[in-house]
Every structure is written in structure tokens, then in C-alpha cells.
Design a protein around this ligand. Structure first.
Ligand code: HEM
Length: 179
């Protein structure tokens, strides 16, 4: 997993909890390099899981809720860090339907060793978007949080539900416009 995701995670912990909590989480997770992440480095995604578990233990907040909240936060950071990805993006369905072919394709040009999930657009019309998420790393909570962050960014009345899909590593997300 790219270092940028780790540095953003620790940034969220500092802002929404405290600098002390950052130290506690890094200590508890027993990271081989003491939590010194660089944005362009690549680290085992298990280290992210270990840090979230530590944060969950110290905050009493469920791991699922923490990862989802991180996804929402991360999307807001991507809006600031990657403004070019938002040029011409008119709404959440438009943006999210291009996640595989446009956004993550460009991410791979920036970070050739990025380990990205696969998204299939199963349905897309004005009122409904169905995305099939596939990743052996099982970051479906992160995916949901990023989608929530995207919906919040565009300020649209969209409800997100999800269910495990037939293949063990897949989740199907239903995004339904309410107006
Ligand atoms: C400007 C928007 C976005 C940028 C710049 C971006 C970039 C990235 C980067 C750099 C990673 C880390 C890759 C690695 O760890 O090696 C990543 C992972 C991921 N991205 Fe995106 N992303 C964006 C939007 C989204 C959105 C909207 C979704 C959800 C629909 C999404 C879903 C994910 C997930 C779930 C992962 C974790 C890896 C996995 O599941 O296997 N991303 N993305």
C-alpha cells in the first residue's frame, strides 16, 4: 500500500484524536520502521490494519467505523491533492463510474507499484449506480468511505448500500439517488 495512504491515516488520527494517539497507535501496531512513512514508499497493507486495530482498542470505536470514516476523510484529501481528477466531473455517479478507467488508471501512472482494487460498473443511469468492488486486500469499508466522501463532496442525496458478492473477494455497492 502506498505511503500516502499511511501518512493521511496518521494525519487523520492526529486531527481527530491527538498527537499522543498517533504515538500510541504506532507503538501498539509494532511497525518494523517505527511508523516513519514516506508518501511515495510502499508498505505492507497489514500495517494499516494493525494501526486501525490499535486505534479501535484505544478509542472504543469499531474497526469498520474507523476505516469508513478514514475513507471519507481521505476522499476530502484527494480533492485537495489531485485537483486535476475533478476537472469535468459533473456529479458523483459520473466521477465514480470512471474510478477504474480514469482515476485509478492515472493513479497507476503516478505510482506504478500501487496495489489497486478493481471496480466494474454493472449498472449506470441517472438514478442508480451499481459498482462491483474486487480486491484480495478486502478494503470494502475503505471503498464505502471513499464513496461517502465523494457523495458528500458533490452534495447529492445518494444512499449507499452494499452486499458481499458471489466471489469471496467482491462486494457489490448500490448507490441510489433519492430525489
Ligand atoms: C481522486 C480520487 C482518488 C485517488 C487519487 C485514489 C488513489 C488511490 C491510491 C493512491 C491508493 C493506494 C494504492 C496502494 O495502496 O498501493 C488507492 C487505493 C484504493 N482506492 Fe482509490 N483513489 C481515488 C478515489 C477512490 C474512490 C472514489 C474509491 C471508491 C470508489 C477508491 C477506492 C480505493 C480502495 C478501496 C483502495 C484500497 C486498495 C484496495 O482496495 O485493494 N478510490 N486509491
Amino acid at each position: 500500500m502506498k505511503g500516502v495512504v499511511f501518512t493521511e491515516f496518521l494525519g487523520m488520527v492526529e486531527k481527530q484524536f491527538s498527537a499522543d494517539m498517533v504515538d500510541v497507535v504506532i507503538d501498539d501496531a509494532q511497525l518494523p520502521h517505527g511508523g516513519a512513512y514516506t508518501t511515495v514508499g510502499t508498505y505492507p497493507h497489514q500495517e494499516m490494519v494493525a494501526m486501525v486495530v490499535a486505534l479501535s482498542q484505544h478509542s472504543g470505536i469499531a474497526v469498520t467505523d474507523l476505516v469508513r470514516a478514514f475513507g471519507e476523510y481521505l476522499f476530502g484529501r484527494f480533492v485537495i491533492a489531485f485537483p486535476s481528477f475533478f476537472i469535468g466531473a459533473s456529479n458523483a455517479f459520473h466521477f465514480l463510474s470512471g474510478i477504474e478507467e480514469i482515476i485509478h488508471t492515472d493513479v497507476l501512472k503516478l505510482y506504478p507499484d500501487a496495489e489497486l482494487p478493481k471496480f466494474d460498473v454493472e449498472h449506470h443511469d441517472a438514478s442508480k449506480l451499481v459498482l462491483l468492488y474486487h480486491s484480495p486486500r478486502h478494503f470494502e469499508d475503505l471503498a464505502e468511505g471513499l464513496m461517502r466522501g465523494c457523495v458528500a463532496h458533490f452534495g447529492e442525496p445518494i444512499v449507499i448500500t452494499r452486499e458481499p458478492a458471489a466471489h469471496g473477494d467482491s462486494h457489490r455497492f448500490h448507490l441510489t439517488r433519492q430525489d
